[in-house]
Ligand binder design. Structure first.
Ligand SMILES: [Zn+2]
Length: 85
């Protein structure tokens, strides 16, 4: 899975460990989603670990990667980090 420059240095790609995928399902690793907090597009399976929490993969965003990923139904962006807001 491509690591785009926009992701935080400590972001990891770990769909197996993704709480979103475990709890909600319905998405495949690599499906594009956007963060409800920062509005930036990323691919399912990426997140930052902050203690026991899985956070949005972008630096400084306080959105999480469990309840904040929103379905993206548009065309796939050229890279992660594009904001839809
Ligand atoms: Zn975010």
């Amino acid at each position: 899975m491509e690591r785009y420059d926009a992701y935080a240095d400590d972001a990891v790609y770990d769909p197996e460990g993704s709480e979103y995928m475990e709890v909600f399902g319905g998405k495949d690793p690599g499906d594009w989603v956007y963060c409800a907090h920062c509005g930036k597009l990323y691919q399912m399976g990426w997140y930052r670990e902050e203690g026991a929490k899985q956070m949005c993969p972008f630096p400084g965003c306080d959105g999480d990667a469990v309840t904040d990923p929103m379905d993206w139904r548009g065309d796939p962006p050229e890279e992660a980090g594009v904001s839809i807001y």
